[in-house]
Design a protein around this ligand. Structure first.
Ligand SMILES: Nc1nc2c(c(=O)[nH]1)N[C@H]1C(S)=C(S)[C@@H](COP(=O)(O)OP(=O)(O)OC[C@H]3O[C@@H](n4cnc5c(=O)[nH]c(N)nc54)[C@H](O)[C@@H]3O)O[C@H]1N2
Ligand SMILES: Nc1nc2c(c(=O)[nH]1)N[C@H]1C(S)=C(S)[C@@H](COP(=O)(O)OP(=O)(O)OC[C@H]3O[C@@H](n4cnc5c(=O)[nH]c(N)nc54)[C@H](O)[C@@H]3O)O[C@H]1N2
Ligand SMILES: [Mo]
Length: 773
């Protein structure tokens, strides 16, 4: 797939999935992974065939109906025709529309949350660019808070442990695990296809090697979850199949075992935690008459009771680490597994020890398990946003459908703003959001939708104004992440396709038309910006006495190594060492097993200590199977779905859904069959693959296949929901918040039925541009 030796004319570049050398021969790119990377990601293969793919947007385009009828609520459909526009014309039109909304309704009528991963470069980072533009030129915007990744954990961890970063990114490292850990108990696993990714770039994929070394030393890895391959072969792991959404029952039962057998660390709890007593009463069943013992949890989770008890004992028998992946909390009541695991780890008493305790989300991204960079990395200032209104990021359909309606969030009662204009750059809501039929209806409400993207994603196809953005390989930038030692001069590999322009160039020209040109550009060219963003890093390097080349020298060398902070366990180690001097930033300064603050909110869906609450959606006759809709192994989200590697893993152009041979046999399904996966919200087609790595009763369909409604262009029926012929699971997922506390997304699991598709399956046309393009 890759060239082993870089082409002599290749330049260094970087993506969220790895550092690489690239060479453009006028038709395609040759990619060579960074030589220092022990396990390069195959996702690099998605650059093959991508630059000049027909899915690229080549000209500014305006949706015909919007051009003809003007701004206003309207039916927007994926199959709508578009009209080409010259840059000057479209920028005049858009500047006029932005001014109309800003001056008529105020910036609180503009939704600029623009959630999405965009690309690795820190200057052309689309989120930074759009937020800076809206602040400088439009007086601000309605923003979104938290993420689809960590919607529930991002809100609950500050209440109970104090700092999200301190429990995820600056905690236990892979080096500590190699050396110290005896048992890693990973709820949701630590799939290496996930840790291949790190926002801003990743030069070395160390996880498989670290797991191999630890396993060889005798470290035991256990993955708990519906799929076996959430831990790699290197970990030589045990797999405990678990019914989706039932982890909390298992965690509580482990806690119960420690309590009943008096194996919990009472001295640790006394010194470092608060609120253990009410939790212990709940474990014993004093409050509800139901002890949370292993037999109770076995019936709920399908994990045998003896296994639960044995693992609980193993947790206190040596150095143990409890890991909870993001996936567990991307579900209804997703706050609970994050909190229950913290309570269990507090009872084990190893929080803050090398290689032990609790590391939230270790291995779900390449940001965790590493030392942090000791100097600041380049960041573009976004300016100040004076608009107060915001939404928890996954409440977008709720906001657009119910302007003025109240909602709860983290102890506050808020109101959805009334949005007239939606502006998106660097994200794909038809990838990231749930219940796409509902999202589709929600996008009928705004008066105008603007999108910058490099390709005709479904989001671009429902927009009114579509501006072609360059892709990362078509511009110069700096790649850096706070968790990677390599800072990369990302040099331009290929000329821009068609009339595509950098987001920065587009926003500069729009700002100029809105009398904010100089404030936006500060008079800098792209190269001057890169030098400007580089300077704080260079200064900090010089202060440390480290190698601190000038910008020109850095650009010439193409990369520099940044010094790393010590592997010191961060906040939790400091707390353990001296809890009086280094209290946790929680109200009590300790680990909160009971939170007065959360209890004070009075939410029945997130009470004052961790509790077991089954999802309100359970398999039934109409939808007897669990669907796992997780991160794809073949790309980052929906990015470059049309690229070489992603395409090579589809079957008949469709995404692959895995199911257990027994589940398949009961439905007469064989590997390679086109299947229809459906529930009350919609349906999608996928190519079946039988696999015993998936537990019976579960269908696994990763996200990222572009939403492709059935022929006729509509594909979204008010009655039948959305029908996607390509395999996007978000036509099936549920658009509800995790709880009133965090309002995170619940995209990870839902319930479905599936069947062999009868008749001729419609061809996938997801990557064919719309009429007029
Ligand atoms: N059912 C379900 N849904 C999920 C998840 C799940 O597990 N299950 N996971 C969720 C999670 S954790 C996340 S983070 C989200 C991810 O959701 P997103 O971040 O929205 O997904 P991406 O596909 O990364 O979208 C990035 C978009 O930016 C475009 N882009 C790239 N570079 C540039 C650029 O320089 N300029 C511009 N203008 N555009 C650019 C790409 O073409 C792409 O369309 O999805 C969430 N959705
Ligand atoms: N290749 C690739 N890697 C990625 C991404 C990508 O798009 N592609 N996205 C990145 C991003 S933005 C994020 S936020 C992270 C997300 O990281 P995660 O959310 O952790 O990743 P997922 O693959 O969605 O889920 C991991 C596993 O959890 C298991 N699981 C699902 N439900 C349950 C459950 O109820 N209980 C248990 N115990 N296990 C369950 C599934 O078997 C699944 O394979 O991944 C990152 N890594
Ligand atoms: Mo994410």
């Amino acid at each position: 797939m890759f060239q082993s030796k870089p082409h002599p004319d290749s330049v260094l570049h970087s993506a969220h999935w790895g550092t690489f050398a690239a060479h453009w021969d006028g038709r395609d790119v040759e990619i060579t992974p960074y030589p220092g990377d022990p396990a390069p990601s195959p996702i690099l293969g998605n650059f093959r065939g991508a630059l000049r793919h027909q899915a690229r947007i080549r000209k500014p385009m305006v949706r015909k109906a919007w051009l003809d009828n003007g701004p206003g609520p309207q039916r927007r459909r994926i199959g709508d025709p578009f009209v080409e526009c010259e840059w000057d014309t479209v920028l005049d039109l858009l500047a006029g529309e932005l001014a109309r909304v800003r001056d008529g309704f105020g910036p609180q009528a503009i939704f600029g949350g623009s959630y999405g991963w965009s690309s690795a470069g820190r200057f052309h980072h689309a989120q930074s660019q759009i937020h800076r533009f809206l602040n400088v030129a439009c007086g601000g915007y309605v923003r979104s808070v938290n993420s689809y990744s960590a919607g529930a954990s991002g809100v609950i961890l500050p209440h109970i442990l104090g700092s999200f970063e301190g429990v995820s990114r600056r905690n236990v490292t892979w080096d500590q695990i190699r050396e110290h850990t005896d048992l890693v108990l990973a709820f949701g696993g630590m799939a290496v296809k996930n840790s291949m990714i790190a926002g801003g770039g990743i030069s070395r994929h160390v996880e498989p090697g670290a797991m191999l070394a630890a396993a060889r030393r005798g470290c035991r890895f256990v993955t708990v979850g519906p799929q076996r391959d959430d831990l790699p072969e290197e970990a030589a792991a045990e797999w405990l199949p678990l019914r989706p959404g039932t982890d909390v029952a298992v965690m509580l039962a482990m806690a119960h075992t420690l309590l009943a057998e008096d194996r919990h660390d009472r001295a640790f709890l006394d010194r470092y935690a608060t609120g253990f007593e009410p939790f212990a009463r709940y474990l014993r069943g004093v409050t509800d008459g139901r002890p949370k013992d292993a037999d109770w949890a076995a019936a709920i989770s399908a994990v045998p009771a003896d296994t639960i008890r044995e693992l609980a004992r193993a947790l206190v028998a040596g150095r143990s680490l409890i890991v909870v992946s993001h996936s567990l909390q991307r579900a209804e009541f997703g706050e609970q597994p994050v909190w229950a695991a913290a309570a269990l780890a507090a009872m084990v008493g190893q929080i803050g020890l090398p290689g032990g305790g609790y590391n939230y989300a270790l291995g779900t991204l390449g940001h965790t398990g590493r030392r942090n960079v000791a100097v600041p990395t380049p960041t573009l200032s976004q300016g100040r946003n004076p608009v107060e209104a915001f939404i928890p990021v996954a409440r977008i359909s709720d906001m657009l459908l119910n302007p003025g309606a109240p909602f709860d969030y983290n102890g506050r009662r808020l109101e959805y703003p009334d949005i007239r204009l939606v502006y998106w750059a660097g994200g794909n809501p038809f990838h990231h959001h749930q219940d796409l039929a509902r999202l589709h209806r929600a996008f009928d409400r705004p008066e105008t939708i603007v999108v910058h993207d490099l390709a005709w994603t479904p989001m671009a196809r429902v927009a009114d104004v579509v501006l072609p953005a360059t892709m990362t390989l078509e511009r110069d930038d700096i790649g850096a992440a706070g968790t990677d030692p390599l800072m990369v001069a990302m040099r331009r590999v290929a000329p821009a396709v068609g009339e595509a322009r950098d987001d920065y160039a587009i926003f500069s020209d729009l700002a100029e038309r809105l009398q904010a040109g100089a404030a936006f550009t500060e008079g800098r060219t792209v190269m001057e910006w890169l030098a400007h963003l580089y300077e704080p890093t260079r200064r900090a390097l010089a202060e440390l006495g480290a190698d601190a080349p000038s910008f020109e020298a850095f650009w010439e060398r193409e990369s520099i190594e940044l010094p790393q902070a010590p592997d010191d366990g961060g906040m939790l180690r400091g707390f353990r060492t001296d809890p009086e001097a280094n209290p946790l930033p929680t109200p009590s300064g300790r680990i909160e097993i009971f939170s007065e603050t959360i209890a004070g909110f009075g939410y029945d869906d997130c009470p004052g200590h961790p509790v077991w609450m089954p999802s309100t959606e359970q398999p039934d006759e109409a939808a007897p199977l669990w669907l796992i809709a997780n991160q794809p192994a073949t790309r980052l989200h929906s990015q470059l779905d049309f690229g070489g590697y992603s395409q090579s893993r589809k079957v008949g152009g469709r995404e692959v859904a895995r199911l257990h041979p027994d589940t398949a046999a009961a439905r007469g399904i064989a590997t390679g069959d086109v299947i229809r996966i459906f529930n009350a919200r919609g349906a999608c087609l996928a190519a079946a693959e039988l696999s015993d790595a998936v537990m019976p009763g579960v269908v696994h369909l990763p996200t990222g296949a572009w939403f492709d409604p059935a022929p006729g262009g509509e594909g979204v029926d008010d009655e039948a929901g959305a029908f996607c012929v390509h395999g996007n699971p978000n036509v099936l997922t549920r658009d509800v918040g995790t709880s009133r506390l965090a309002q995170g997304c619940c995209g990870q699991v839902t319930v479905v039925e599936c069947e062999k598709y009868a008749g001729e399956a419609p061809a996938v046309r997801a990557h064919v541009p719309p009429v007029g393009a």
